[in-house]
Design a binder for this molecule. Structure first.
Ligand code: F6R
Length: 364
């Protein structure tokens, strides 16, 4: 049942304020001022290293979480795609927690990576959407993302729910390790509780995003740029777009632009710049100006402050609500998803069942 939407993907994008709210309440129960992991505790105080493994969109959730675990909790994090990790025979040293992220819980490579770590890592933890899945069953601790069934092949609500659970875990880690004062932690939890409302506001930009998407539908190549926490999201935006619209899209860390990709820029290549007005904004804008100086068409996605300081000379802009820095990757997932969705709709491709793709990849 598409609930009145044209596609499951549209329904699942629209559901995000609700399912995120449920996921957040699950881990911040009652008055929402304490983090709790129903189903088993995980004490980060002695953890020396976190190894995170996943495929596709779930691996981008891990990459985003690396910024959180390292910056907020001070834990060294390694992220790898499961197909590489499983055959590399990476040493799993003492004090390592291995964390696997999978919507289906059945992805063959991720399961094999989990089995490799089993007996070697201190704990096997998974962040999954299907509690009965193989990955959940073979973990010491399985944390549900509570996104509900995801039917569209392109992952949307599972991604933002994965991010929310991983952020809560990073905040818990920071708390266990004494890296966050009570006041700071309270502020973060308060911001998290307000997130579903902001996601709802972001979805409110849908008609503007669909106008931009109609222009993108005519292009062959699109680049996505982001810095810091926005870099994994640039990767996710590019993946989503290529999966369902079949437009070639690539993502780069903004700072890598001048090390090669800038050679691709001309008036035919739209460049999507994800740049909330945070501590890295000025750097992102200066990379954006390098693109515009070479006639590149920039689509700037930012907030009101970011538009005020940086909109000049851009091809188009999308405005997001103001959000606290650590939450920006979750909020900015919405325009990335909607842009891919409406570009695909404008092109008339099969949004829910893109060619050559399967929802659950149970063979390697
Ligand atoms: C992209 C997408 C895939 C999955 C990947 C992992 O939209 O859906 O990249 O994220 O196949 O699947 P799970 O999370 O089920 O392990």
């Amino acid at each position: 049942d598409k609930g009145g939407h044209k596609h499951f993907m549209a329904k699942e994008i629209a559901e995000q304020p609700t399912v995120l709210g449920e996921a957040i309440r699950h881990y911040l129960p009652n008055d929402g001022t304490q983090i709790c992991l129903p189903g088993g505790d995980l004490d980060f105080s002695k953890v020396k290293r976190l190894v995170m493994v996943a495929c596709g969109t779930a691996s981008y959730a891990c990459l985003t979480a690396k910024y959180w675990f390292e910056q907020i909790a001070g834990i060294p994090v390694e992220v790898d795609v499961a197909s590489e990790f499983r055959y590399r025979e990476p040493p799993i040293t003492e004090g390592t927690v291995a964390l696997f992220v999978s919507q289906s819980g059945e992805t063959a490579d991720t399961l094999a990576a989990l089995r490799y770590c089993s007996g070697k890592a201190d704990r096997i933890v998974s962040v999954i959407n299907v509690p009965e899945s193989s990955i959940a069953r073979e973990s010491d601790l399985a944390l549900p993302i509570l996104a509900g069934a995801e039917i569209g092949v392109a992952s949307t609500k599972a991604f933002t729910c994965q991010l929310s659970v991983l952020l809560i875990l990073a905040l818990k880690a920071a708390q266990d390790r004494g890296q966050l004062g009570a006041e700071e932690l309270n502020q973060h939890l308060c911001d998290l509780r307000a997130l579903p409302g902001l996601i709802n506001q972001a979805i409110g930009s849908e008609s503007k995003i669909s106008q931009v998407a109609a222009k993108l539908a005519e292009t062959r190549d699109i680049l996505f740029l982001g810095r810091g926490r926005m870099f994994p999201l640039a990767l996710e935006g590019a993946l989503k777009l290529k999966e369902i619209s079949y437009i070639h899209a690539e993502a780069y860390a903004s700072g890598e632009l001048k090390h090669g990709p800038i050679a691709l820029i001309d008036q035919h290549v739209p460049v999507v710049v994800l740049a909330p007005h945070d501590e890295l904004y000025d750097k992102s804008i200066s990379n954006m100006q390098e693109v515009m100086a070479r006639a590149g068409k920039v689509l700037l996605i930012t907030d009101a402050k970011g538009l005020k300081d940086g909109a000049e000379g851009t091809w188009d802009t999308i405005q997001m609500p103001q959000v606290s820095d650590i939450l920006s990757p979750i909020l900015y997932a919405i325009p990335a998803q909607l842009l891919a969705y409406h570009t695909a709709v404008a092109k008339g491709t099969d949004v829910d069942q893109p060619r050559n793709l399967a929802k659950s990849v149970t063979v390697e």
